[in-house]
Design a protein around this ligand. Structure first.
Ligand SMILES: Nc1ncnc2c1ncn2[C@@H]1O[C@H](COP(=O)(O)OP(=O)(O)OP(=O)(O)O)[C@@H](O)[C@H]1O
Ligand SMILES: [Mg+2]
Length: 438
């Protein structure tokens, strides 16, 4: 197969032509075969699998070249446009929501790193989406249809670590009743996600370094080297650079792992994401709990916008699930866990919705602005949907917006287009509607 040569005019067409030729050979073989025996079927299957892999590789490569060619300075684009540009390049988000510039920086780095085999180190506080980011990198790379194996380095006892990662031979230690392959072998051709890498003890770090250098492993109790081709993505909520300066993490391993370094900001530094995230999790929780998405009282909304979320997005998600489970139609601050509930809420009021406190003053001027702009955006979308009878595509066309971006905004506000289906405003005499005339 001729490889796709970035920047060479017509090279992509050449590679596609080569693939089409191979497909034609396969088709001809099938066309003239009067009867196929099992071995021939197996052979044809193998050939089609190779072809499929080559096509996938080509399309990933092409996507990478496109991404690399998008040399626009991130700051020149608005967050919505950056997300939109990623969408247009068929970026797989794996459910990662948000338009925060730092998150978009991280996604754009992931986009460029994904098709390569370079190691990636993701850091960020607990619950900021490190594992999700690792899945994004896997899903956007050429290994997307190969295994993704996740290992929590902090959860494996020291004496089992080597066997867990590299496997063992029967009889290698007491209890090793059979040969067993480790996580690295299971991740062959795919991606291995080494979570909590900062917890890996020093002997494990030495072995990992060896794998990174030689691409070989040895099962415990065996001298035989086994070649492994696993792309490494590691994550930590620790400052590995500091740990390596202190001597608890090997400096050479730190540099090896962090060829590409992605940092995820804590939620308190991207509060602009909160409305979008909570409407997303409200829908998710509603689906799981088989209920309508819970509504938020203004006091609860103000609290959720100003709270500091030490557990980051995971904490926000868990809070929304709790609220969706405990509240009736509208959740209020009384449904929050006691330890974070604002002081003036007592246990006696916990599940009585009629006692929900009225509107609270936002914590700061920027919160007040955010709430006001949120409300204006919501009102605009509801009015628009009413005018187009709930047809999202039509509203997107009229507002000259991308449909998926519009859908994301609707989700953010918990607006369901189907609720507007029967409310369509009839066009007036000249067939025009208010939105068209704006
Ligand atoms: N940007 C995002 N959009 C939507 N959901 C997110 C986002 N970031 C994180 N999540 C969700 O938040 C939860 C926590 O994310 P994840 O497990 O990836 O965090 P983590 O950084 O690996 O946490 P820990 O350090 O505790 O292991 C998951 O349910 C994940 O799907
Ligand atoms: Mg994690």
């Amino acid at each position: 197969m001729k490889l796709f040569q970035p920047g060479t005019p017509g090279s992509s067409a050449m590679s596609y032509a080569g693939l089409i030729e191979k497909i034609e050979i396969l088709r001809t073989t099938l066309r003239w075969a009067s009867r196929l025996e099992r071995p021939e079927i197996e052979k044809l299957l193998r050939q089609s699998n190779t072809l499929r892999d080559e096509i996938l590789q080509l399309s990933h490569k092409e996507r990478f070249v496109k991404a690399a060619a998008a040399e626009v300075e991130p700051t020149e684009k608005l967050p919505g446009q950056r997300r939109q540009a990623l969408l247009e390049r068929s970026f797989v988000f794996e459910g990662t929501f948000g338009d925060n510039p730092e998150l978009l920086d991280a996604l754009e780095v992931a986009e460029k790193a994904a098709p390569t085999d370079l190691p990636v180190l993701i850091d960020g506080e607990s619950g900021t989406g490190k594992e999700l980011m690792a899945k994004v990198i896997h899903a956007n790379g050429s290994r997307a249809d190969k295994p993704y194996i996740s290992v929590n380095c902090g959860a494996i006892p020291d004496n089992l670590l080597e066997s867990e990662l590299f496997g063992h031979k029967k009889g290698a230690f007491t209890g090793a009743a059979n040969d067993r392959k480790g996580k690295f072998e299971s991740a062959h051709k795919g991606t291995i996600f080494l979570d909590e890498i900062g917890e890996l003890p020093l002997p494990g770090q030495v072995k990992l370094l060896r794998v990174l250098e030689s691409h070989e492993i040895q099962r415990v109790g065996s001298d035989e080297p086994i070649v492994v081709d696993a792309r490494i993505v590691a994550a930590t909520n620790k400052n590995l650079r500091r740990l390596s300066e202190e001597g608890t993490f090997r400096e050479d391993l730190f540099y090896r792992l962090s060829v590409i370094h992605v940092s995820l900001p804590p939620l308190r530094e991207r509060k602009d994401e909160i409305p979008l995230l909570f409407s997303y999790f409200c829908d998710e929780a509603a689906e799981m709990l088989k209920r309508r998405p819970v509504k938020m009282s203004p006091a609860l909304r103000a609290f959720l916008l100003s709270y500091s979320y030490p557990g980051n997005i995971r904490e926000l998600r868990n809070l929304i699930y709790r609220l969706s489970c405990l509240a009736g139609e509208t959740a209020d601050t009384v449904h929050l866990p006691v330890d974070i509930r604002p002081k003036n809420q007592t246990a006696a009021t916990t599940v009585n919705e009629s006692t929900a406190i009225p509107d609270a003053t936002p914590a700061s001027l920027s919160d007040a602005r955010r709430i006001a702009s949120d409300e204006a955006e919501k009102a605009f979308l509801e009015k628009g949907l009413k005018e187009v009878g709930g047809t999202v595509a039509e509203l997107a066309r009229r507002c000259d917006m991308n449909r998926s971006h519009l859908q994301m905004l609707l989700k953010k506000h918990g607006i369901h287009s189907k609720d507007f289906r029967r409310q369509a405003v009839q066009p007036d005499g000249n067939g025009d509607t208010p939105i068209q005339r704006r």
